[in-house]
Ligand binder design. Structure first.
Ligand code: RET
Length: 249
């Protein structure tokens, strides 16, 4: 890995840019709360919590990776920070879906199953990632963890298709559409993370490991701020309906 290369510099800078994006997202979600009814304002609160936690983590990470152009600074940055961030933020992201369903459609069991499976997915992945880092590549343990983590992710997707599908039958068209879009963040946007794990386990090249960090930064902003924006837009639509229906003064 060449020091001062564009890839190293862009990756280092992407941490600072992600911090700014997460901070801006937090501000946006907090301001949007004012445009939501009490039934739907928790969607914006959850989005703000997610981006605020990420902003704090990125603030710390950007200082660890520096802006020096030195590849060694990136190599010494602890991936543990990402896992702590995911452990806190991914259950909150998933919680937005049942909350968006709102009112009588809200299903506590569905929310609990989604959050439990998600925490398990990240925790098992962490055990595997630690083992990869300790040995500089994939280990037997890390491949088993990949499998366990993937099974939980598929379970989450199953719940999202079956559970949300069931609960949203007959709901507002725009809401159903938004839920479908949010689900595709979790299918496509989240795919980046197991792929990044596999890149580390295969230990193909140092450049790929640096690129992995850059891609994680971009994916995190899309999956947190982008996801939150779609969720808040749907919450605004549902709030407008409630106001129109005169359910809220
Ligand atoms: C791990 C381990 C390998 C298998 C799988 C994983 C999934 C990680 C995911 C992370 C999502 C992070 C998000 C961050 C948002 O900013 C733990 C890498 C399946 C899905 C959405």
């Amino acid at each position: 890995m060449t020091d001062g290369s564009l890839l190293v510099l862009a990756t280092q800078y992407s941490f600072a840019a992600s911090f700014a994006a997460m901070a801006a997202g937090t501000l946006y979600f907090l301001m949007e709360r004012a445009n939501l009814t009490p039934d739907y304002s928790p969607v914006a609160s959850l989005a703000a919590m997610v981006s605020f936690v990420a902003a704090i983590n990125y603030y710390a990470m950007k200082d660890m990776v520096g802006m020096t152009g030195m590849a060694s600074d990136l190599a010494s940055f602890p991936t543990d920070f990402r896992y702590v961030d995911w452990l806190i933020t991914t259950p909150l992201l998933l919680a937005m879906l049942p909350v968006l369903l709102g009112g009588k459609r809200f299903d506590t069991g569905l929310m609990a199953r989604l959050m439990a499976a998600d925490i398990g997915m990240i925790a098992i992945g962490y055990v595997g990632e630690v083992s990869i880092n300790a040995s500089g590549g994939g280990t037997m343990l890390s491949w088993w963890c990949l499998l366990g983590s993937m099974v939980l992710w598929f379970y989450i997707l199953y719940e999202l298709f079956a559970g949300i599908g069931r609960a949203s039958a007959g709901a507002d068209d725009g809401l159903v559409q938004a839920l479908g879009l949010l689900r595709s963040f979790i299918v496509i946007g989240w795919l980046v993370y197991p792929l990044g794990y596999i890149v580390a386990a295969l230990d193909l090249s140092d450049s790929l490991l640096v690129a992995r960090e850059l891609i994680y930064c971009v994916a995190d902003v899309i999956n947190k701020v982008g996801f939150g924006m779609v969720a808040v837009a749907a919450a605004k639509r549902m709030s407008a309906r409630q106001w129109q229906a005169g359910q809220i003064a």
